[in-house]
Design a protein around this ligand. Structure first.
Ligand SMILES: [Zn+2]
Length: 603
């Protein structure tokens, strides 16, 4: 019915409380056994990935890590080491690390130099540390107008309305296209949901709500129905990338999302910031001519005005969209868009290094750590500070990748499987470096056993908990839980599943490709702080610094918690690289089927 890939759809039911209880119960068993078995030898061999119960040694004896070497490796991850890298990468000299800029040159050179220094081998089989990623930069100059019953409305770019075209051609025009409100714009067969019904929106301008339908629980209308679109959690149907994909599948001429801060997960300035400068896409053979011609966002205020001008109340339309029986509503307006695209091909790069596996056979299987090196660059139009330093996002994760790479060289014997350290470009432009790797892998994706991603490390001190984004997806979280227990910590599910974070960083491209992928963050419970302190810090960061020029190293940073988190990530990757079984997608994960298909007949 639609051209969306299977792996992007069919999102499943929410986790039950019973499940959490099980996990934590099992964790305490593991902790108990851990004490008995004295240390990491047990953990590197005894935990089953396939189910909840620990099993006898799963990994071959000769692949167990020497505890002393693991200890050395863990101790090798330091706050000073992290800060040293962050300081360089987030310096003004690196100009905010925009793909295709002088900042990229400096960043890529820095990464390659550091990885060489650590003694890691080139990650590209061609003998280099580089994977070329051909990007197309495009800067849109749009004009936007709507002819309504109440007269012509012109919207200014980018403050009223953000419009662009991903078609890689110099000019795109849409003339007098009927405007139709399509609710959430979702087609989800597994929920019996189709916002389009039999309405043909080909050539039309569709106006859509962000996020997925927020259906109240019939038994308790104060909360969302967990059986519909994962309740409070955002499913992929809620993500803006989905909205444009479905618009393409439906043949629309333009797809405009109404911005609302809560459901989007970020304020309007983030939309403006990421769409009003030069944007990027991967270069494609068809120049993206199959895509919906016009993609955009409209502020809530302007959406209200547009609806009113067509004789409708936005709020009423929005309420109607919560029903399975919703049908598209013509807004009695015609939209005209022109987008002049300045195009420029940009040669950007992923940086990749490897620690070759010690086992002659297993070394052809891969554990891949990722962190994006890019950020938003500089904006010469700004007064004063123009540089988006991206200290937290993601100089910090890039620093973490380097620290992990260094730490891994100390584990003896080296893991049986090969560990890849991949620093990807253009995450901020739509996970493009990761997407390029996942679709042009340097090593077979079906031999890639796990992805562990780092995007922003914890800079506010030690936490009692570790947050798993997209909790319940795969068994990597069980390994993480076991090592967290050994640190006297617990894992917790994503505190804000409504923000759809699992779809918002590079691991998602690996998940889409079927590779079990872990994205974790520090939790909220900061040691020695009031209970709501962590949430306040995080909200403060989102409000003040996220994607702003002020994302810089702060005097109150405390990386001790990040070191603990990275020690966990090292142990998870090390364990996966040594054990006999592979991480698995869990039942109910939308990525499980892709993996199963990929591995058919392989093992
Ligand atoms: Zn990031």
């Amino acid at each position: 019915m639609r051209s969306l890939r299977n792996d992007e759809i069919r999102l499943r039911e929410r986790l039950s409380c019973r499940y959490f209880t099980n996990v934590f119960h099992v964790n305490s068993q593991i902790a108990f056994l851990f004490v008995l078995s004295f240390g990491f030898v047990f953990l590197s061999s005894g935990l089953s990935l396939s189910g909840a119960q620990p099993t006898p040694a799963a990994g071959p004896k000769n692949h167990q890590v020497e505890p002393a070497s693991l200890k050395r490796a863990l101790a090798g991850i330091s706050t000073n080491g992290l800060l040293r890298h962050i300081r360089v990468l987030s310096s003004d000299e690196f100009e905010g690390r925009a793909p295709g800029s002088r900042g990229e040159e400096l960043t890529v050179n820095y990464l390659v130099t550091q990885l060489k220094k650590l003694g890691l081998k080139p990650g590209n089989p061609d003998g280099s540390y580089i994977q070329n990623v051909p990007l197309m930069g495009f800067t849109a100059q749009p004009t936007i107008s709507f002819d309504t019953r109440a007269g012509r409305m012109e919207f200014g770019f980018p403050n009223d309305c953000v419009i662009l075209s991903r078609r890689q051609i110099p000019e795109v025009n849409v003339q007098d296209s009927d405007v139709v409100f399509v609710g959430y714009g979702v087609v989800a067969p597994e929920y019996g949901w189709d916002d389009y019904k039999d309405v043909d929106v080909r050539g039309k301008t569709i106006l859509m709500l962000i996020n997925d339908p927020a259906i109240p629980d019939p038994n308790n209308p104060s909360v969302l129905d967990d059986r519909m679109f994962k309740g409070r959690a955002m499913t992929y149907y809620g993500r803006w990338t989905y909205k444009y994909e479905i618009a393409t599948a439906q043949g629309a001429a333009a797809a405009i999302i109404v911005h609302e801060t809560g459901p989007a997960g970020y304020p309007w300035f983030v939309v403006v910031g990421s769409n009003s400068r030069e944007n990027f896409d991967l270069q494609t053979p068809d120049r993206n001519l199959a895509r919906v011609p016009i993609e955009g966002w409209l502020t809530l205020d302007n959406a209200r005005k547009l609806c009113a001008a067509g004789g409708h109340s936005f709020e009423t339309l929005k309420r109607a969209a919560l029903s399975r029986d919703f049908r598209p509503v013509p807004l009695n307006s015609k939209a005209t868009f022109t987008v002049k695209n300045s195009l420029r091909s940009v040669a950007s790069r992923n940086v990749i290094a490897k620690l070759e596996g010690a086992d002659p056979k297993l070394k052809n299987e891969y554990v891949i750590y990722t962190a994006h090196w890019d950020h938003l660059g500089r904006n010469p139009k700004l007064e004063g500070d123009q540089i988006f330093n991206g200290a937290l996002d993601n100089a910090s994760g890039t620093a973490a990748l380097l620290e992990l790479a260094g730490a891994f060289t100390r584990t003896k014997p080296a893991p049986g499987r090969t560990i890849l350290f991949l620093s990807v470009t253009a995450e901020e432009k739509g996970l493009l470096g990761a997407k390029y790797y996942a679709t042009h892998p340097l090593y077979p994706i079906e031999h890639t056993v796990a992805n562990i991603n780092m995007d922003g490390i914890n800079v506010w001190g030690r936490t009692r908990d570790v947050n798993v984004i997209g909790y319940g997806n795969n068994t990597l979280e069980d390994l993480l839980a076991s090592f967290a227990t050994a640190q006297g910590r617990i894992i917790t599910p994503d505190a804000e599943p409504e923000k759809g974070r699992y779809f918002r960083s590079d691991h998602f491209e690996f998940a889409k490709a079927g590779v079990p992928a872990l994205d974790s963050k520090a939790g909220d419970e900061y040691v020695g702080r009031p209970r709501d302190w962590g949430k306040r810090k995080r909200d403060e960061y989102t409000d003040r610094d996220y994607h702003k020029v002020s994302d810089e190293i702060k005097s109150d940073w405390d990386l001790s918690g990040a070191v603990e988190d990275l020690q966990l990530l090292l142990q998870v990757g090390d364990n996966v690289a040594r054990r006999s079984d592979w991480p698995q997608w869990k039942e109910g994960s939308e990525f499980k089927a892709v993996r199963a298909e990929m591995l058919k007949g392989r093992r």
